[in-house]
Write a protein that binds this ligand. Structure first.
Ligand code: GDP
Length: 175
């Protein structure tokens, strides 16, 4: 980690997961407390910062968003370089995005830091009628793969703060 002027620690973290699972909205919710109905068609890596207090320290989380590059399988090793944490997101209403979690874990283990903190996030928990992934299935996977797990709704602002804070706190505990 790097020490900056307005914080005690600077952590790089990344968002990964299939297209349209809600990565950009989770980030804008956490960084700016905003939600967007339309997907942003932006191409190219983007990131946002947010300072949080952990104990008596100020931690600045630099959170990278794929900004649509996953659609072209164009996420490169530089995206993962130096990242201490990853939020691996799937959409609870699309089973396929959960099936692909294994693929993302494989990529993380190939390109990422060995002891990266990984939080598995099932997003769109507000869409209960459309649910295709049971909580129990995700919990089981998280246990086997040694991940933290949470369901979130970027739309209703449920657990979003908690999910990011869990990742940041865990990184802090390890660092
Ligand atoms: P990304 O491609 O993974 O960055 O996904 P986006 O953040 O662009 O979201 C894709 C679509 O899902 C957009 O239409 C969002 O408005 C919608 N979306 C994102 N999060 C939620 C959520 O928690 N609940 C619901 N109902 N829709 C969401």
């Amino acid at each position: 980690f790097v020490v900056d002027e307005d914080c005690d620690y600077l952590f790089k973290t990344v968002l990964i997961g299939d297209s349209a699972v809600g990565k950009s909205n989770l980030l804008s919710r956490f960084a700016k407390d905003e939600f967007y109905l339309d997907s942003k068609p932006t191409i190219g890596v983007e990131f946002a910062y947010r300072n949080t207090k952990v104990g008596d320290k100020i931690v600045k989380a630099q959170i990278w968003d794929t900004a649509g590059q996953e659609r072209f399988r164009a996420i490169t090793s530089s995206y993962y370089r130096g990242a201490l944490g990853a939020m691996l997101v799937y959409d609870i209403t699309r089973r396929g995005t959960f099936e692909n979690v294994k693929k993302w874990l494989h990529e993380l283990r190939e390109f990422g830091n060995r002891d990266m903190v990984i939080v598995l996030v099932g997003n769109k928990s507000d869409l209960t009628d459309l649910r295709e992934v049971d909580v129990e299935d995700a919990q089981k996977l998280a246990q086997v793969e040694n991940l933290c797990f949470m369901e979130t709704s970027a739309k209703d602002n449920l657990n979003v703060e908690d999910a990011f804070l869990q990742m940041i706190t865990k990184i802090y505990d390890i660092a």
